[in-house]
Design a binder for this molecule. Structure first.
Ligand code: NAD
Length: 345
């Protein structure tokens, strides 16, 4: 009887400590940070907030949207992880959401429907991003800002111009989140070559729309070989992967779950960098002088002040060099469109 009871207790203790240690192992070790999510009630915002709630380094998770945030916040607040969750709804409550934030992640705005390009979202999302950026520039000007809202190739220049107007611009702290392109490239290449996906890393540079998405398969780690038609097909699959999801969802939106995963990966890397972890490298669309356009995505070494070092284009194959040349006119147009919009906002 006593032995049975003892076994039961020790089983429970082991199960609990395993659960706790697996939680700690799978999450980044960072401390005492406030993260705000703008657009937190949406298809991306909700699962992204769920993933951020699981990072023990987040002590406050502030959720903002124009609808449903009290419910999303109440729901997440019942999860037994340290982050205190607060919900903020409507413009009157955005200041409280942003004050003291170390990181702001912005998935606010409308997603694509079948037949739409990311640029078709510009008319709606440009003003949403400009308005939210203005609030960030006012209430948490030195927080890292990660923008998910599309078209990223225009929304990052919009936010940057808004910060400039407010006199608080620091190019090392504003990021267009392109991590989903890297996540997809890793998944597709691992699948095609039968490799362990957790060991794969494919840099993806350029921008975040169609031909501006440039997977650098020649620098995939571990090395893989793709040539000719197979290389072209893999590159195009990565470039069009968002459209694959938009078509499959058939009017119900674009990538939300994979984007939440990719957004959390990027936010967790920012948290690691803020906590002083060394060697944190992510690709993101940032102000840059590595190409002939003022914003470009490349691998970035991240540190407590944001971009510590832009690792540049690096070595590219002739095929990849051609992709870079081909994407410049489209990037130029999208960037100029964003800057022009912000000038009149
Ligand atoms: P969604 O419509 O499900 O959610 C958007 C949320 O934004 C909604 O809850 C809405 O209420 C909120 N919102 C609208 N205006 C707002 C405002 N002024 N302030 C605060 N919140 C506001 O859309 P989704 O599927 O979550 O996609 C969001 C954005 O992310 C879209 O622009 C989409 O194109 C983009 N996206 C980017 C990537 C990427 O790789 N960067 C990938 C997928 C989707």
């Amino acid at each position: 009887m006593f032995f049975k009871a003892l076994c039961r207790i020790s089983k429970q203790t082991v199960a609990k400590s395993l659960a706790q240690s697996s939680r700690c192992l799978s999450l980044s070790a960072t401390n005492n940070k406030k993260v705000a999510v703008l657009g937190a009630s949406g298809g991306i915002g909700q699962p992204l907030s769920l993933l951020l709630k699981q990072n023990p380094g987040v002590t406050e998770l502030a959720l903002y949207d124009i609808m449903h945030t009290p419910g999303v916040a109440a729901d997440l607040s019942h999860i037994d992880t340290p982050a205190k969750v607060t919900g903020h709804m409507g413009e009157d409550e955005i200041a409280d959401c942003l004050k003291g934030a170390d990181i702001v992640i912005m998935p606010a705005g409308v997603p694509r429907k079948p037949g739409m390009t990311r640029d078709d979202l510009f008319n709606t999302n440009a003003s949403i991003v400009a308005g939210l950026s203005k609030a960030c520039a006012t209430h948490c000007p030195s927080a890292f800002l990660g923008i998910i809202s599309n078209p990223v190739n225009s929304t990052v220049p919009i936010a940057s111009e808004i910060y400039k107007k407010a006199g608080v611009y620091n190019p090392n702290r504003i990021f267009g989140i392109t991590s989903l392109d890297i996540v997809r490239a890793n998944a597709f290449i691992a699948e095609a070559r039968g490799l362990n996906v957790s060991t794969i890393n494919v840099p993806v540079i350029g921008g975040h729309a169609g031909i501006t998405i440039i997977p650098v398969i020649s620098r995939c780690s571990p090395k893989v070989s793709f040539e000719g038609d197979e290389l072209k097909a893999m590159t195009e699959r990565i470039q069009d992967a968002g459209t694959e999801v938009v078509k499959a969802k058939d009017g119900a939106g674009s990538a939300t779950l994979s984007m939440a995963y990719a957004g959390a990966r990027f936010a967790n890397s920012l948290l690691d960098a803020l906590a002083g972890k060394e060697g944190v490298v992510e690709c993101a669309f940032v102000r840059s002088d590595v190409a002939s356009v003022p914003y470009f995505s490349t691998q970035l070494l991240l540190g407590p002040e944001g971009v510590e070092k832009n690792l540049g284009l690096g070595e590219l194959s002739d095929y990849e060099k051609q992709l870079v040349d081909n994407c410049i006119p489209e990037l130029e147009k999208s960037i100029a469109k964003g800057e022009k919009f912000a000038a009149s906002f």
